[in-house]
Design a protein around this ligand. Sequence first.
Ligand SMILES: NC(=O)c1ccc[n+]([C@@H]2O[C@H](COP(=O)([O-])OP(=O)(O)OC[C@H]3O[C@@H](n4cnc5c(N)ncnc54)[C@H](OP(=O)(O)O)[C@@H]3O)[C@@H](O)[C@H]2O)c1
Length: 321
Amino acid sequence: MNKGALALLVHGGSENWSPERWKGRFDHVCEGRRVWLLPDAAFDPAEIHYAAVWKPTPGELAGFPNLRVIFNLGAGVDALMADSTLPKVPLVRVAVGDLTGRMTEYVVLHVLMHHRQELYLRACQREKCWEPRSQWPASAISVGIMGLGTLGSDAAEVLRRIGFRVSGWSRSPRQTEGIECFHGNAQLDAFLEQTNILVCLLPLTPDTRHILNRKLFAKLNRNSPMGAPVLINAGRGGLQDETDILGCLDDGTLGAASLDVFATEPLPADSPFWMHRNVVLTPHNAADTDPHEISKYVARQIERFEAGGPLENVVDPARGY
Ligand SMILES: NC(=O)c1ccc[n+]([C@@H]2O[C@H](COP(=O)([O-])OP(=O)(O)OC[C@H]3O[C@@H](n4cnc5c(N)ncnc54)[C@H](OP(=O)(O)O)[C@@H]3O)[C@@H](O)[C@H]2O)c1
């Protein structure tokens, strides 16, 4: 074993984040390379060249003098960006088809759920009430996606194929066939004014924190057959002002919301979101991380990097994503 070692620092919650499971996968894909699952008293910090991490404790990565690359085991790097002691080496985030496909499933499921009036229909079923409402076509609904990156652009494409009118909003200009693209603060209002279902797949950065607030919801379009607009947030909880969401659901500014992420996770038992009749909530599992796919992705990147090739999906610390 003479290749630089890989340190695994995984602080998760769900079964998928079992540190031993990640260790087993990395041992399998990193042939000839030592993989340390930390904390481990026996390892020498100087032998660590790579770290693969999920939610490490701030400062935990500072003690490796020969660290070359940090691999975040998910797409969002907001937790790492908040660590002022983060070593100044390239930080690589996850962008793999497996994760993207899962997020697209979530987005399509929830867009269809609101478009097809599932909240109303399930309530009718519980009450044995046979009262069909008329149903409109997908083309009557404009879905606006905030964040047209790896995840947003894939979901946009699938929704367009189903027949929705789809637009997207990003930081820099983008061009995608069949998707109306808006960018920057100057075009945000125009994007919102024609959006009936707002899907948020933004990263959490200083620029996007609490962007989902009452002022923004009030600009959404109410002229579709659905009436009040709908919010779907699978980005991060820090993107949303939760008091505003609840207030807007209660006064009709928003008709309904699907929320996968929250300011505090796990969502506290006394949160009003649990029981709200117009909220569909999921426990931050819109796009679960698959250790099998992601360990292969990291191992491939290390092999290429050691052969003198470029790293992919490197985070820009100035942008924060
Ligand atoms: N709930 C879950 O299970 C789950 C799973 C995976 C990921 N996520 C979240 O999804 C986020 C997005 O992932 P991704 O892979 O699609 O990221 P990405 O490829 O980096 O795309 C981010 C998109 O957001 C846009 N953006 C960033 N800051 C902006 C700003 N200030 N104004 C306007 N647009 C802005 C970017 O614009 P440009 O195109 O101009 O750069 C880009 O289009 C992650 O950061 C993570 O928080 C959630």
